[in-house]
Design a protein around this ligand. Structure first.
Ligand code: AGP
Length: 608
């Protein structure tokens, strides 16, 4: 996710001031690099966010229009060269982009053949050179932009400017949000309304496949085939902070609601459905070593470690490779028996968790191949591992990790296919997993559409101070994740437990005041889970079942039921965790706690 902001006006405002101030409200969308272009003053880019950019923008930097950008890196490290705006060969066309260009490699190869010189390894840069190429034949900025956009596959929210027509800015949307601000003698383009609101509350949201042109006095919207679009403006009542949250009350809910899009972005360009395989470019550099690996040790902390546990079940069952999961804070101090045939796989949203980082370093010291599944591009863990896979989940602002967890499990499913196909998984098996992965976003959406039921359940149990979460096999880690979500957000006692472990202690806690959330979806452990539920009911323990849609029997056995769509067993954690994330969210919200900033916790634990 990146932040885009563009301005054109004839009111005497300095576009540099408008844009720099506006970027501040977009920093939640990306902060590893920033840039601004004014046709009358030039292009300034820097690693870091607005503070760093302000240091570099000269005092005399001014103009009536411009485009600006905050980057959350997906392709290419967060360097000045990879920062936006990107320029064509002539420096006449400048462009900022939010999204992922899927076919950038083939377009780049074609453009290089016609003499285009690239200065970055960002996928975005091909777009501006493509417009330049079409300018040679179209000799018209708008037509060239349209021709270029019709060749691109992937997602984009863009703003672009042509130096010789400084008043005009072109925007386009495909999968990444773009909103137009309609002011008096001034118009705006942004990723969300927050930077526009100080100037006007009249906006128009673009839809996928639409292009817009703004000048100080007007705006036009049309489709990629040039057919005109008329959309009535709307008046935004939100304040800037609400606009950053997309109208949701908390970043956590916004990020849970992004789940379907995050799975799509994680899979984008990596799933080869017809071949039943996964393409993981970030692992290519470790290809030979990976084939030599006979064991994987996952190192991670907290929620990331539970994703690792799900991955353990996936990789052992479907890639036939031994896996063990070690929490970073333990692995780094024990005397692990690892060697050059071991892969140490770090999972970390922030890429900065010190315990996980030190575990990676311990693995390196002992000769292991170190891999990463990381969300923050260019983070320390991403840089210190030998190879890895980026999540492409966008910045996760809320302390409680939600969308990153879905993405981590999705990457682990891709890794399972990638390694599995090297280790005997048949094409048919791979195709079954691939097809099931493709269906996940819509199934997650179905759960999200029924979130009111989950909110009602959280309110029903709001007085309880103890919860047990139980699951088996793939859903054993999900029980732990459900528990950590509830305890870190609501500060109450919640613990995860392998359902088979109940009889070895935890069941002693059960009584009518100690509810259990049982993950009992239709899978290979269903009957065992039913037995565990009977044990709990025999002790008057309330049970909330997380069950498969259509399972009416379970409802007769338990006190409350939440239903989720079915999927193949190895992917069920990706669906089953969503109601638990929502339950924890609504529980904490009902208690009036600070959902996005729970007490005593930090988003990235970079200390011992
Ligand atoms: C998740 O809800 C927690 N905030 C925490 O357990 C987190 O997952 C853990 O600190 C690891 O963070 P990382 O993924 O950035 O390494």
């Amino acid at each position: 996710m990146c932040g885009i902001f563009a301005y054109t006006g004839s009111k005497g405002k300095n576009a540099a001031t408008v844009l720099m101030d506006g970027l501040l409200s977009l920093e939640y969308r990306g902060y590893d690099s920033a840039g601004i272009f004014l046709p009358e003053s030039g292009n300034v880019k820097t690693p870091g966010a607005v503070t760093e950019l302000r240091k570099k923008v000269p005092k005399e930097f001014k103009g009536k229009s411009g485009i600006a950008h905050l980057r959350w890196a997906t392709h290419g490290e967060p360097t000045e060269a990879n920062a936006h705006p990107h320029s064509d060969c002539t420096g006449q066309i400048m462009l900022v982009h939010n999204g992922i260009i899927e076919n950038f490699k083939e377009l780049k190869a074609r453009l290089e053949k016609t003499g285009h010189i690239f200065v970055s390894d960002s996928d975005t840069e091909i777009l501006v050179h493509l417009v330049e190429e079409h300018m040679k034949s179209e000799n018209d900025f708008e037509k060239a932009a349209l021709a270029a956009l019709n060749e691109v596959r992937g997602t984009y929210g863009i703003a672009m400017q042509y130096k010789h027509e400084p008043e005009r800015i072109i925007a386009a949307r495909m999968g990444s949000p773009i909103v137009l601000g309609l002011g008096d003698k001034e118009h705006f383009i942004a990723s969300d309304p927050s930077p526009i609101l100080p100037h006007t509350r009249t906006v128009v949201f673009l839809e996928d496949g639409e292009v817009a042109v703004i000048t100080p006095d007007k705006h036009r919207i049309f489709k990629l085939d040039s057919t005109g679009v008329h959309r009535s403006p709307e008046n935004i009542e939100w304040n800037a902070e609400e606009a950053q949250k997309g109208g949701y009350e908390h970043f956590m809910l916004k990020e849970i609601m992004e789940g379907p899009e995050v799975i799509e972005n994680t899979l984008r360009g990596r799933l080869v459905v017809d071949k039943g395989n996964a393409k993981l470019g970030g692992l290519e550099s470790a290809g030979a070593q990976l084939e030599n690996v006979d064991r994987i040790v996952v190192v991670a902390c907290g929620t990331a470690s539970y994703a690792g546990l799900v991955g353990e079940y996936m990789l052992e069952e479907h890639a036939k490779i031994p896996v063990e999961v070690e929490i970073g804070s333990e692995f780094r101090y024990k005397k692990p028996v690892i060697n050059e045939k071991t892969a140490v796989l770090a999972i970390s949203q922030s890429g900065e968790t010190l315990d996980t980082l030190e575990a990676v370093r311990e693995g390196k010291r002992r000769g292991a191949l170190t891999l990463g599944i990381v969300n923050a591009v260019g983070s320390t863990i991403a840089r210190e591992t030998d190879a890895g896979v980026y999540n492409h989940a966008g910045p996760e602002i809320s302390v409680a990790s939600t969308k990153a967890f879905l993405s981590q499990m999705t990457v682990l499913a891709l890794l399972t296919m990638f390694l599995g196909r090297l280790r005997g998984m048949t094409q048919e098996e791979g195709q079954e997993i691939a097809r099931a992965l493709k269906e996940l976003p819509a199934k997650v959406q179905r759960i999200l559409d029924n979130r009111q039921k989950i909110e009602a359940l959280a309110k029903k149990y709001i007085k309880n101070r103890d919860f047990l979460f139980i699951g088996r096999k793939y859903n054993y880690p999900v029980a732990y994740e459900g528990a950590i979500k509830l305890k870190e957000l609501s500060y109450i006692h919640a613990e995860g437990c392998g359902a088979g472990e109940m009889k070895h202690g935890p069941i002693a806690m059960i009584d009518e005041n100690f509810p259990t959330i049982a993950i009992v979806t239709k899978d290979s452990m269903y009957e065992k889970m039913i037995s565990n539920i009977h044990e709990i009911k025999a002790r008057k323990g309330p049970v909330i079942a997380l069950a498969s849609e259509g399972d009416s029997d379970i409802a007769k056995l338990v006190d409350d039921c939440l239903y989720v769509p079915e999927t193949i067993e190895m992917l069920s954690p990706i669906l089953n965790v969503v109601p638990l994330q929502l339950f924890a969210y609504y529980f904490a919200k009902e208690k009036g706690l600070n959902v996005d900033r729970p007490r005593n916790l930090a988003k990235s634990v970079t200390v011992e």
